[in-house]
Design a protein around this ligand. Structure first.
Ligand code: PHE
Ligand code: ZN
Ligand code: ZN
Ligand code: ZN
Length: 296
């Protein structure tokens, strides 16, 4: 059990029946289940007090949420290409860049894939409760057998890919870009290279970004699944140098509406989204036919 004296608490739970927090105006919360504590994040387990966010004005109580998974009927089930985006938003707003953008890219790619019958199985995941601490993706990874995890050839993640003051960031799987996180599991560098090749082909500049696990790929790299993905920036500030390359406004956040009510349709840069949806399709289609560059 844990208790919190936060200004508020919001709980999403995609493990039905396992999280039954009771919220009162004092914002005391009881979480009797270790799997959820685990899922929400190690920092919660290691601290005496549990601090979460509550939008008491819009949400009160415990919710059950879901991951939405879909896969191609054909393709090698022993060599699965997984593609994910989180479907939830923060409570503050509609979450159109974060993460309607990644969701849209996946839906478009899934639709295009219907006409094909690629060699590998492609599995699409729209994760629940990313914003509550990667709850959905963590639950998925934790409930796979070792063999099921072994069948996943690679994981691609798309979280915020149409930021209004964008940079084309690629997760730095090889740790060569000086952004602080260590290299990802073997094969992650090759995924990074594929996205870099894509941007080169379409004449766009790209830049590495932190690969430390601040989105749904975190649980996958934690168990050694080669991973990669795209990002166009959140609360970070665009530099003068970046504005010279990608345009936009130096000194402003990449997404000034990050986690705010103004993350609406108008918050999306349609050029960035257009380029990145093609990048998603390029990577998924490439790996749907062969993951040899990643897995050998
Ligand atoms: N995962 C964050 C979110 O959904 C987005 C993010 C990823 C921000 C990486 C910064 C770095 O809000
Ligand atoms: Zn977010
Ligand atoms: Zn997000
Ligand atoms: Zn790199």
């Amino acid at each position: 059990a844990a208790s919190a004296g936060a200004t508020g608490v919001i709980i999403y739970n995609n493990v039905p029946g396992t999280l039954n927090g009771t919220l009162g105006n004092g914002f005391t919360l009881d979480i009797p289940v270790t799997s959820v504590t685990q899922a929400i994040g190690q920092q919660l387990a290691s601290t005496a007090g549990l601090v979460m966010r509550l939008k008491a004005d819009t949400f009160r109580g415990t919710a059950t949420t879901s991951n939405v998974l879909a896969e191609t009927p054909g393709g090698d089930p022993g060599n699965v290409v997984m593609v994910g985006a989180h479907l939830d938003s923060v409570n503050a707003g509609p979450g159109i860049n974060d993460n309607g953008s990644g969701t849209a890219a996946i839906l478009e790619t899934a639709e295009a894939l219907q006409k094909l019958n690629p060699r590998n199985k492609v599995r699409f995941a729209l994760w629940g409760a990313e914003e509550s601490g990667l709850v959905g993706a963590t639950h998925y990874v934790n409930t796979r057998t070792a063999e099921q995890l072994d069948d996943i050839a690679l994981y691609l993640n798309f979280d915020m890919i149409g930021s209004p003051n964008h940079v084309f960031f690629v997760y730095d799987g090889d740790d060569s870009d000086g952004v602080g996180a260590g290299p990802g599991p073997a094969g992650s560098a090759e995924i990074e290279s594929l996205f870099e090749d894509f941007y080169a082909q379409v004449g766009e500049s790209w830049k590495g970004t932190d690969f430390s696990g601040r989105s749904d790929y975190g649980p996958f790299i934690a168990v050694g699944v080669p991973s990669g993905g795209l990002f166009t920036g959140a609360e970070g500030i665009k530099t003068v140098e970046e504005a010279g390359i990608w345009g936009g406004t130096a000194g402003d956040q990449y997404d000034p509406c990050y986690h705010l009510a103004c993350d609406t349709y108008d918050n999306v840069n349609l050029h960035a989204l257009d380029v990145n949806i093609d990048a998603v399709a390029y990577a998924v289609l490439t790996y749907a036919y062969s993951t040899e560059t990643v897995n050998g």
